[in-house]
Design a protein around this ligand. Structure first.
Ligand SMILES: Nc1ncnc2c1ncn2[C@@H]1O[C@H](COP(=O)(O)OP(=O)(O)OP(=O)(O)O)[C@@H](O)[C@H]1O
Ligand SMILES: O=C(O)[C@H](O)COP(=O)(O)O
Length: 394
């Protein structure tokens, strides 16, 4: 990474404004998955152990520039305090006079969690006044929020123009793993792209077609490819306006010598529910009033074989509607193949693929699970992430 990190600077006695991504899933005021808080601990501990006064800032949800009581960071502060094993103070604002006076009273090694930065309209507008107000609280800016690095917001981008700005350890690790995969991959290199729609994955397929040896297409987007091959898809998810694009991806793969794998069989259902009637059919015989909701067992076997013979696999997007157990087998088979492939370095793009490996209790068997859904997708598309670009070069 050509950006400075907290390892390159001395933080003793410094007030550090550290942007983290504590955008954790919540239900009835309780955190249902604290992975993102755990992932930020190495950076927070580094800052604490090296005598910084640590101000943590994060968004939670999408409150759209106003205070939403359920989206306060109080539960996050409590969980962080448990995980860190030391006091974490929580401010009810993210900047301003009362926060400033709290910061004045901080000692080296103290941790203060600021309020949800998206309570302020200036955050998502990347308002320079708000960025300055955040910067006034601190001497140094650290960005450890890889999950929000694709957003050019006041606390992820704007503030970096007003303070010395470096990456945290999580940010550094994410960029290192994903960066190596895209620039200098161990081969054979396989990408597995699933999820709902072609539309959301155009950029990533385009970019990866120039880099991978194998491309596996699954999930809802596979049906547009199956249609492009000339088969009827019944009531399955189909993006009519993307059929030509799918055709061109199939042609490009051939021209570039990329092995393109699509489902050979699928699980079709007469209803989008766990109790639907289902059957396994070959892709050339999808019944007209049924919809495909998962890859079939033959497809899973082929995919598992490709995975086993790969040195590096990047996975983004589930193979079927894994949230419903009836249609989770294809996604589970891919997760299990990755878990069993001990010579394969497995990188899980965040979002639903990360949720799927958690659901199947296989998270600890993966080499790297990204904390960023949208951010890892944009990175894999080859886009610059504004929250990274704004940091100081080495
Ligand atoms: N055959 C299918 N028909 C309809 N929906 C499907 C099908 N296969 C997968 N899905 C749905 O696609 C959704 C995931 O799609 P999405 O494109 O958001 O994936 P992702 O990129 O992993 O997620 P994120 O955007 O959170 O990173 C899941 O909710 C899943 O149920
Ligand atoms: O959950 C995420 O992907 C990040 O925290 C970014 O959240 P956002 O999509 O609301 O900007």
């Amino acid at each position: 990474m050509n950006k400075k990190s907290i390892r390159d600077i001395n933080v003793k006695g410094e007030r550090v404004f550290c942007r983290v991504d504590f955008n954790v899933p919540m239900k009835d005021g309780q955190i249902t998955d604290d992975t993102r808080i755990r992932a930020a601990l190495p950076t927070i501990k580094h800052l604490v152990d090296n005598g910084a006064k640590v101000l943590l800032a994060s968004h939670l949800g999408r409150p759209k520039g106003q205070v939403v009581e359920e989206l306060r960071l109080n539960a996050v502060a409590t969980r962080l305090q448990e995980l860190l094993g030391k006091d974490v103070k929580k401010a009810d604002e993210a900047y301003g006079e009362s926060v400033k006076s709290t910061v004045t009273e901080m000692s080296e090694g103290d941790v203060l969690l600021l309020e949800n930065v998206r309570f302020y309209p200036g955050e998502e507008k990347n308002d320079s006044e708000l960025a300055k107000a955040f910067a006034e609280l601190a001497d140094v800016y650290v960005n450890d929020a890889f999950g929000a690095a694709h957003r050019a917001h006041a606390s992820t981008e704007g503030i970096a123009h007003h303070l010395p700005a470096v990456a945290g350890l999580l940010m550094e690790k994410e960029l290192e793993v994903l960066g190596k995969a895209l620039s200098n991959p161990d081969r054979p290199f396989t990408a597995i792209i699933g999820g709902a729609k072609v539309k959301d994955k155009i950029g990533v397929i385009e970019n990866l077609l120039n880099k991978v040896d194998n491309l596996i297409i699954g999930g809802g987007l596979a049906y547009t490819f199956i249609k492009a091959k000339g088969h009827d898809v019944g009531k399955s998810l189909l993006e009519v306006d993307k059929i030509d694009l799918a055709k061109s991806f199939i042609e490009q793969a051939e021209a570039k010598g990329v092995n393109l794998y699509m489902p050979v069989d699928i699980v079709v259902a007469d209803d989008f529910s766990n109790d639907a009637n289902t059957q396994i059919v070959s892709i050339d015989s999808i019944p007209s009033d049924w919809e495909g909701l998962d890859c079939g067992p033959k497809s899973s076997e082929i995919y598992a074989d490709v995975i086993k013979n790969s040195k590096l696999v990047i996975w983004n997007g589930p193979m079927g509607v894994f949230e419903l157990d009836t249609f989770a087998n294809g996604t589970k088979a891919v997760a299990e193949a990755l878990a069993n492939a001990t010579d394969t370095y497995s990188v899980i793009g965040g979002g639903d693929s990360a949720a799927a490996v958690e659901k199947f209790n296989l998270a600890d068997k993966m080499s790297h699970i990204s904390t960023g859904g949208g951010a890892s997708l944009e990175f894999m598309e080859g886009k610059d992430l504004p929250g990274v670009v704004a940091l100081n070069d080495k």
